[in-house]
Write a protein of this length. Structure first.
Length: 214
């Protein structure tokens, strides 16, 4: 086992131990999860994942990629019940607008927004279809973009994709926004991972090559 794999395994085991030590009864509505016996079911980009005492599996019984596991477990662990709701919680913001995002802004930009723009340049309709395959819907709030879609990543974490295709003056441009409240449900590292997985899942849904195993 490589050193990196060992670190991943220890991280996973640590998070699993923390989840197994908690009782999520009564948190179903807060987190949008379901509880069946000892299992917690979490929807993620339109697909159900089952967090069991001995591990995580998708609805086909397969073990997800490590990045998916981390996001699911941190979603269960990060939110603190009783957190005050603020008027601005539902406002859409860019990743860089979060207080602690600075160290990962370039990562998010390169692996999410620029990656989507590059892969789907000249193919706005293909991008729309890929979003819909992940459970997304067209959502035009009067913004001047070629494509505006909302996609639900986790139950309380919608994403807002804004896409302008290239024209004679400007290159293809993509922005992925979060609600301000997103930082209450995941830390900055996991929000960046959600962005990367979103990009990767879109590429996969469009028939392109992908880097994760889902």
């Amino acid at each position: 086992m490589t050193e990196k794999a060992s670190i991943y395994e220890k991280t996973y085991e640590n998070y699993m131990a923390q989840v197994n030590a908690q009782d999520f009864t009564g948190k179903e509505e807060i987190l949008g999860i379901r509880i069946e016996a000892d299992d917690v079911i979490i929807p993620f980009f339109g697909k159900d994942y089952r967090v069991k005492p001995d591990g995580i599996s998708d609805d086909n019984g397969r073990s997800p990629h490590f990045a998916v596991n981390v996001v699911l477990l941190k979603y269960l662990l990060h939110f603190e019940p009783g957190t005050a709701q603020m008027d601005q919680d539902s406002q859409w913001v860019s990743y860089r607008d979060f207080k602690d995002a600075a160290p990962l802004v370039n990562y998010f930009s390169n692996n999410t927004e620029k990656a989507i723009a590059q892969h789907f340049s000249g193919r706005a309709k293909v991008l729309a279809s890929a979003c819909m395959m992940l459970g997304g819907n067209v959502c035009n709030e009067g913004l001047s973009y070629d494509l505006t879609m909302q996609v639900l990543s986790l139950p309380r974490l919608p994403l807002y994709l804004l896409f302008n295709d290239a024209d004679e003056e400007f290159p293809t441009d993509c922005s992925v926004l979060f609600e301000r409240r997103a930082e209450k449900y995941l830390d900055m590292e996991c929000l960046a991972i959600v962005g990367w997985l979103f990009s990767d899942f879109l590429v996969r849904a469009s028939g392109g090559k992908h880097t994760t195993v889902i």
